[in-house]
Ligand binder design. Sequence first.
Ligand SMILES: Nc1ncnc2c1ncn2[C@@H]1O[C@H](COP(=O)(O)OP(=O)(O)OP(=O)(O)O)[C@@H](O)[C@H]1O
Ligand SMILES: [Mg+2]
Length: 412
Amino acid sequence: MRGNIFEEILGQDSLFVDRKAFDHAFEPARLPHREHEVDSLVRNLVDALNGHIPSNMLLYGVPGSGKTVVTRFVLSQLREKGLEMGQTVKTYEINCRNVDTKYRVVQTIATQLAQRGDAPVPFTGWPTDRVLETVVSRMSRVGGVHIIVLDEVDNLVDKGGDDLLYALTSLNTLIENGRCSIIGISNDLHFTQHLDPRVSSRLSQEDIVFHPYVATEIQNILSERASMGIKEGVLDDGVIRLCSALAAQEHGDARRALDLLRISVQKAEQRAQGNVDTKHVRLAQSQLEYDQVTPVIKTLPLHQKLVLFSICLNEENGLRNISTGEVYRTYSEACSKIGTEPLTTRRVSSLLNELDTMGLIMARNVSKGRGGRSKQVNSAIPKAIDAISLMSESEPMVNEASMAKYNLQGHL
Ligand SMILES: Nc1ncnc2c1ncn2[C@@H]1O[C@H](COP(=O)(O)OP(=O)(O)OP(=O)(O)O)[C@@H](O)[C@H]1O
Ligand SMILES: [Mg+2]
């Protein structure tokens, strides 16, 4: 028997010098290609140091375009300057995906303002207005400027967001000798359309749009991060370029690019190779796709799975651009194999739209002469992923359906 099973791996030289540089929470000191956005934020927030109220702002941009990291950077600089000038600047960052009700948002702010001797504001139970009053009195007590960041604010829209945003944008008139301003962050450009117009006009006094990064910009971001986190000379030519190109195709997502680079290095390490090459990037890309898509497929509701199953089955049989009629036929057949009543064609059509929105299929409308239109669908699931097996493993009914024999249309 060899020595301890951890020994071999422990002794291995890592290709990273600082793996933390690739953590999602890492805050780099420099943010290339966001100078303009940083500048817009600074120009507005400088009012906080001049004794005025900064405008409320809405920041928009696709996922991974740097909204959160830019905001954190600017606010930390603002706090630093405030401290230096003896001005009170308090900032509150709330992620509305986790803190997603009016009560919890105001409770979180009230709690951050608590001083020794204050009664704790409970997680539930008080009337929301009482919590708001507590926020107002505690903000008045501190004075100065309060900046509330509502990250991923679109999550609030369905949950009384109007109410909350109205209340928060009204704080200014209630706080004595203090000022308050709101920064909302969203990756849905149309998010304000779902808000009461009174609220949206108060909230979006100034909008900043973060454009998606292009490949060359991502290359610069990656090179900087690589020089901090990865040993010199380990990356082959072309690794950063390929990671950037792949992430640029994926709506210019810097997070995706950083993940790709990190996993590529790990792939090389796992194989005890001292260099990272483009093969490792391809492996990393398939793993990311797999990790991204599998939980979505596994957790689809039964009929959604059966619809997707019907598409995959037809594709396995060689059919592409499958008509919705054909999908429905196979789907009904699958339902009958497992003794389940099929949903109506109308319902199935909306399930297809949902699958399209989730990115699992691609649907397109085609015209069929004499003004008629019909829809054709293709699976958009990466080839390396066996969707039918995943659905069968997670749902016995699909497993049963997948065992049966089907009357499928041959390919044309
Ligand atoms: N200009 C940049 N320079 C260096 N790193 C960056 C830059 N832009 C983004 N990043 C990095 O990319 C990742 C994603 O950025 P961030 O979290 O700010 O995106 P986001 O726009 O808030 O995305 P989401 O909408 O998904 O919340 C982070 O790890 C961040 O450090
Ligand atoms: Mg973010």
